[in-house]
Structures are given as C-alpha cells and as structure tokens.
Design a protein around this ligand. Structure first.
Ligand code: ZN
Length: 357
C-alpha cells in the first residue's frame, strides 16, 4: 500500500500511507510530469542514491547501530530521491525499508522487496542470501530494484508508444480509448481498479481523536475530496497515466529528443523543455534553431554562415577561443549575414570575412 491520490485541476496529490505530518508526508506534482520524467530517467542517476543507501546500511551494521538509527540516516537520502522523481523515490523507499528491517523482521523485509520485484517470468526469482552476509543481501536487493525500475520503465515506454504515437491502425482512436484497449489486452493487469475513499485535503496526527479532528476542521476548513487508494507502484503508474489523459492533457513525443512529454502551456508545443545536451539547452531552445536551419536549407548565405559557426563553436569546445570571443564573433557574423542577404555585402566578401574556402 502506497497511499491515496487525488487530482485537482492538473496537479496530482499523493499522500503516503506511512506518512507522518511534516515528514515524507506526500508528494504533489503536475499531472504526468513525474511519469514522463520516470520514462526518460537515466538509471545511473538513481544508482548513485541506491549506492548511498547501501553504504549507510553497511556502515550501520559495522558500527552495530540500531534499526531506528539506520532508518534515520537513510531518510535524508530518501528526501533527495523524492526531489529527483516520485517513482524513483518509491523504489528507493522500499529498498531502504528492506535493508533497515531485514535482520529484525525478515517477513516484513520480504514484503518490501516483493513490492518492487518485477514479476513477468523473464527474470529468475533468486532466493535472498543469508542475513549473515550483509554485502550479498544489499546487492541482491539492489539487483531486484534496478531490474524492477528498468522493466517498468520499458513497459511504460511501450505503453506510451501504443497510446500516443501515430499508428495507422489506431489513427481514429483517442489516447484514452487506446488505454482502454490496453487494459483489455491485460498486458498490465491487475492495475485497472482503484478503490475510492473520502479524504480531507489536510492531514491529522495519527492519534487524533474525533474531537480533535472536529476542532481542526473548524479551524482550517479543509475540503473533502474523492481519493483513490494506490496499492503499488504499478497501480500508481496506471493511475497517473489514466488521470493525465482524462484531464485532457496531451502526451507528446518531442521532435528533438524523441522522448515523451506533457505540454502544460501551448498544446501545439512540439518540443519538450527538459534540459538536453552538454550546453544545458532544452529541446525547446534547440528545436527552434533546427527549425531555422531547415527553413534555410537552400540558402547559400545561411549555409556559409553555418559552416563558419560550427568551426568557431568547435574552437570554444577545444579551448582555443573563449565564450565571450565567440559571442562577439557570432553577433558580428549574424550582422554580416543579414547585410549580405539584402545586398550590402557581396557573397564573396562575406565568405572571405568568414574565412571560408
Ligand atoms: Zn525533447
């Protein structure tokens, strides 16, 4: 059991079942954003946090720390993971719980690891190593976790392809109609049912009496909302996917990087605004340049300019020119290019100025 989720406009709120007020209580994010981030996440980024959790576990065992101390040390990293991505956090939370409980409560520890194991028959189910061997135990759990993340991300990408890509066979069906078809094929069972519960959109201390709750109601006036019980990571993936489409948001394939994204502003956006490439530019920025290039593909003045631009850009890359010098050069080059376009400068003069052969 992960918790309960509700949607308000285009935001998904998730309150964790284990949450205590003020501490890893829940998460809130633009609908579809966490899911799209998960679909494009690089596992190496997650692996760094996984290893950090593993190191805490091994250090605590070595120092004979208690289960509680170990857990306290892990929570800071879990908060980092929650900032990185909700789904990565959920995997990591289960892994950290597994490590922190495996010696004292082997049965519970087993349940945590089962919640992230990917069951599709393609992965042989290894038995856990003996608790006497912490390193083997930690690595066994890490393997299950990475496998679980990897396979779920692949399945999500496959589903997104089916739901959102142009396919002649399904051209007349909307993404949400395709999602229904997907549920019929039972590729993702049993994830299509979400129990509805009534929740207040605020949290109460675990031991709050009904008098206390009444007093807090009068003081804060919370809204009563329809929330959905989320049992597993798989159910959350399905829930977010369904809610994104049902809310009328679109899931698109970026024309630059080819990954999926949800446009929250203009619905005709073609490019995602994720950071991309070494220069930290987003596809949105890069995409506009590509468009310009395509538009000028037959323009000899532009092609000469672009040839020189690439050459100078390489100088910066290899440290033979500073960025400032490059910016100054490119500003002048653009000016000359535009002059040349209107006849103020001959084509040959322009080429000579650029230093092109
Ligand atoms: Zn992109």
């Amino acid at each position: 059991m992960i918790g309960n989720a509700h949607i308000k406009e285009t935001t998904m709120h998730l309150r964790f079942a284990w949450g205590e007020p003020g501490y890893l209580e829940g998460s809130r994010g633009l609908l579809g954003h966490g899911l799209m981030t998960f679909s494009r996440i690089r596992l190496e980024a997650a692996e760094q946090i996984i290893d950090a959790v593993m190191n805490i576990y091994l250090a605590c065992i070595l120092e004979g720390k208690t289960h509680k101390e170990m857990w306290n040390r892990m929570t800071e990293l879990l908060e980092d993971a929650l900032h990185l991505n909700l789904y990565v956090f959920l995997f990591l939370y289960a892994y950290a719980q597994f490590l922190a409980t495996e010696m004292l409560y082997p049965k519970e520890a087993r349940e945590y690891i089962e919640s992230i194991r990917f069951h599709d028959g393609t992965v042989p189910e290894e038995a856990p190593p003996s608790s006497q061997n912490p390193i083997a135990t930690a690595q066994w759990g890490k393997r299950i976790m990475l496998e679980g993340m990897n396979k779920r991300r692949d399945r999500l990408l496959k589903d997104l392809h089916f739901l959102c890509d142009e396919m002649t066979e399904y051209a007349d069906l909307s993404p949400i109609q395709r999602l229904y078809l997907l549920t019929l094929t039972k590729r993702n069972d049993p994830l299509n049912e979400f129990a509805v519960t009534l929740e207040a959109d605020m949290s109460f201390p675990n031991d709050a009496t009904s008098d206390k709750i009444k007093a807090m109601f009068l003081e804060k006036g919370p809204e009563i909302i329809e929330a959905y019980t989320i049992d597993s990571i798989d159910a959350l993936i399905r829930f977010e996917l369904f809610s994104t489409l049902k809310t009328g948001l679109q899931i698109k394939k970026c024309r630059n990087c080819g990954d999926y994204f949800v446009p929250y502003g203009r619905s005709d956006a073609e490019y995602c605004d994720y950071r991309f490439g070494d220069d930290g530019k987003s596809c949105n920025e890069v995409g506009a340049v590509r468009y310009y290039k395509r538009k000028h593909a037959d323009d000899p003045i532009y092609l000469e300019y672009y040839k020189a631009y690439k050459r100078y850009n390489n100088r910066v890359r290899y440290g033979r020119m500073t960025k400032e010098e490059f910016f100054a050069w490119s500003e002048e080059a653009r000016q000359k290019r535009d002059d040349c376009s209107v006849g103020g400068l001959s084509f040959d003069e322009f080429k000579t100025w650029l230093g092109n052969p």
